[in-house]
Design a protein around this ligand. Structure first.
Ligand SMILES: Cc1cc2nc3c(=O)[nH]c(=O)nc-3n(C[C@H](O)[C@H](O)[C@H](O)COP(=O)(O)O)c2cc1C
Length: 196
């Protein structure tokens, strides 16, 4: 397997990190890798808001978890079973209520990626940008996890601290750091290719 494929196959969503900071230079390299992603009509819609202070990250995690829980409740009874089980991440065994850092998992770096609210392609672009960053991280000895629940930061009292303009919204948060666990890769579905 070549190095690129090896990185793709070995990247995992990691949710346990060593208490070791990530140098600013490395953060810049990861963001540069994100910027190299393709984007619809080359709009490069991404903006990066980076948290690096441990105390801030913890506080944001707690508040975002509360907002996520409320969001789940608001989503209505019909979807609740599905949504709650997504939100509490039953699939990877995280107890949303007991975990000390249920959203950002003690990572030393959290990057919120935002885009303009009126760019209909931005979510796809940012997916590609995020994956570039996560693969770059893996190739540099770091681990990461995309955190969709990070969107709920918008509904916290801390949101204004991020100085994200009203015209933007949070697409995703990426957590990055030196991993302290080696999750086993989940099997991929293989029955989804149709040659016509
Ligand atoms: C759009 C998106 C949102 C996600 N949101 C979360 C999240 O909020 N919290 C979390 O712990 N993992 C989250 N994940 C990680 C997935 O659970 C993980 O990628 C999936 O279980 C496959 O595992 P793997 O990445 O190790 O292959 C998210 C992944 C994606 C792509």
């Amino acid at each position: 397997m070549n190095d690129t494929l090896k990185t793709i196959y070995e990247r995992r969503a990691v949710r346990k990190f060593k208490d070791k900071s990530v140098q600013k230079e490395i953060i810049e390299q990861l963001i540069d890798a994100g910027r190299m992603a393709p984007s619809a009509i080359n709009m490069q819609p991404w903006k990066f808001y980076v948290l690096t202070k441990k105390e801030d990250i913890h506080e944001f995690s707690i508040e975002t978890a509360k907002a996520a829980a409320k969001g789940v409740l608001k989503s209505g009874i019909k979807n609740i079973v599905k949504t709650v089980s997504n939100a509490i991440h039953l699939s990877h065994g995280i107890d949303f209520h007991k975990a000390t850092d249920p959203i950002f998992h003690g990572a030393p770096i959290v990057i919120f990626i935002t885009s303009s609210k009126d760019d209909e392609w931005a979510a796809l672009d940012i997916g590609m940008c995020s994956q570039n960053m996560m693969l770059a991280a893996k190739s540099m000895g770091l681990e990461s996890c995309p955190v969709g629940l990070g969107k709920f930061v918008e509904q916290t009292k801390l949101y204004s601290k991020l100085n994200i303009p009203e015209s933007e919204h949070v697409n995703i948060a990426i957590i990055i750091g030196y991993g302290d666990e080696e999750p086993i890769g989940k099997e991929r579905k293989k029955d989804n290719v149709y040659y016509i």
